[in-house]
Design a protein around this ligand. Structure first.
Ligand SMILES: OC[C@@H]1[C@@H](O)[C@H](O)[C@@H](O)c2nc(CNc3ccccc3)cn21
Length: 450
């Protein structure tokens, strides 16, 4: 056996999001979010699950920081709930909301764990949705107002800020397919939402720079590596369209100040109808300090002239392994993605802000949770990250999704991504899974045994 040693200042962390773990959905002045509304709408979430209680993190955050300390995390990535801070999305500030996050951050700092804050992880205040939400360009100033409140409140204790988590999902799952809140099914709206999200990101970064804070700011994108099933021209073009659809639509504006031409042509009138103003692309391209990457799996495609989705048909190799989300396990895709980002987009610091897998974890008779499949998944992806670092990619940290099992959006509590098991039938009891103990050893040694 040999050991792969990561750079001495490499950051090992874990990540969560407010709506997925906090619960206390109506407590201490919190306003309604679009996910409160969506999850309470019959038929939207598996088994009628909601985030009303979730992991009850709102009341158990001190216990949860103790878990992070036991695992030995260097850093913890979490999101702040906009409606906890501004119940109506704007106007009056809810001091109890600020107090909760102050308490959490204080516990993290006492434990020597770096707080990394995601400003927006999908839980828009419902009151803003009722004014059009992300489809209404007015939202940009409300987001910047919200961000400025947090920059001023926590700018001296937060290590890094992430403006948005996965604008692709907010736009296309929330406003295209409609399987995420607010459940709109309109590609034209989805494209406008994507643009307004990017614009809000750029203006929040601009505000951050004006405040002259000495921490860092970036954005997190869900990115894939896209491969053709054959080397024929049409399959290759289909794979490129897939990459432009998921990756390019956000990477190109953020780093090159333009939308990817291939897909712009495909969108045609829907693109021409967008409200894009003269300075927008320059504002979106405001320089960031790092890029966050959420990687879970690859995309393998073939051209299908009858496919209404970009002429693309997904392919699932029979000899591959799959997670409980039916996502192909493909660690090489992480390596290929990191190399491509370094070569084609940025040499800025990169962080894996999410990587992990859902498996059907069970509590064993001995009381432990033996999730060897998750250990194998993480080990293979850590090896891909290591290889990319060895080849010069400025990968500075890795956040395992997730610290604990949680509310998995439209899947409710049916999918478990955590390195900590949540026993929903037993008062949300926390049980560190074998993967947590395995991860602890990686962190202590800052190396991977292979
Ligand atoms: O699905 C697991 C996590 C989810 O719990 C996080 O909140 C979210 O940031 C997240 N993003 C992805 C990757 N992107 C994705 C989003 C929706 C559908 C399919 C993939 C996976 N995950």
């Amino acid at each position: 056996m040999s050991r792969l040693y990561f750079p001495k200042d490499f950051i090992w962390g874990s990540a969560t999001a407010a709506y997925q773990i906090e619960g206390a959905y109506q407590e201490d002045g919190k306003g309604e979010s679009i996910w409160d509304r969506f999850s309470h709408t019959p038929g939207k979430v598996a088994n009628g699950d909601t985030g009303d209680v979730a992991c009850d993190h709102y009341h158990r955050y001190k216990e949860d920081v103790e878990l992070m300390k036991e695992i030995g995390l260097d850093s913890y990535r979490f999101s702040i709930s906009w409606p906890r801070i501004l119940p109506k999305g704007k106007g009056e500030i809810n001091q109890q909301g600020l107090d909760f996050y102050r308490g959490l951050i204080n516990e993290l700092l006492k434990a020597g764990i770096k707080p990394v804050v995601t400003l927006y992880h999908w839980d828009l205040p419902q009151a803003l949705q009722e004014e059009g939400g992300w489809a209404n360009r007015e939202i940009v100033k409300h987001f910047v107002n919200y961000a400025e409140i947090l920059f001023n409140e926590f700018g001296d204790v937060v290590s890094q800020w992430i403006t948005h988590n996965e604008p692709f999902v907010v736009a296309f799952n929330g406003h295209g397919s409609g399987d995420h809140a607010p459940g709109i099914k309109d590609q034209q709206v989805a494209l406008q939402v994507a643009h307004n999200l990017l614009l809000s990101h750029g203006l929040a970064v601009k505000k951050f720079r004006e405040l002259k804070l000495d921490n860092e700011i970036g954005i997190t994108l869900n990115l894939i590596s896209s491969y053709p099933i054959s080397d024929n021209v049409e399959d290759n073009k289909a794979a490129k369209r897939m990459e432009d659809y998921i990756n390019g639509w956000f990477l190109e504006p953020l780093f090159k100040g333009r939308y990817p031409e291939r897909i712009v042509e495909f969108y045609g009138e829907k693109f021409n109808n967008l409200d894009i103003r003269e300075d927008d692309m320059g504002l979106i391209k405001e320089e960031i300090d790092f890029l966050g990457i959420n990687y879970y799996s690859r995309s393998l495609v073939r051209y299908n002239k009858d496919s209404k989705f970009l002429g693309i048909e997904g392919v699932k190799p029979q000899d591959s392994q799959y997670t409980a989300m039916d996502w192909e396990i493909y660690p090489k895709g992480l390596y290929d993605l990191l190399i491509k980002l370094n070569q084609e987009y940025t040499q800025k610091p990169l962080y894996i802000t999410e990587n992990g897998a859902a498996f059907d974890d069970k509590i064993s008779e001995g009381g432990g949770v033996h999730d060897q499949d998750r250990i194998d998944y993480l080990k293979a992806h850590f090896q891909s990250a290591y290889k990319a670092i060895q080849e010069g990619v400025a990968l500075k940290g890795y956040y395992v999704w997730s610290l604990m099992d949680n509310f998995e959006w439209a899947y409710g509590y049916s999918k478990r991504f955590g390195i900590t098991y949540i026993d929903y039938e037993n008062n949300q009891r926390r049980i560190l899974k074998d993967s947590a103990y395995w991860y602890k050893n990686i962190i202590v040694n800052n190396s991977l045994e292979v």
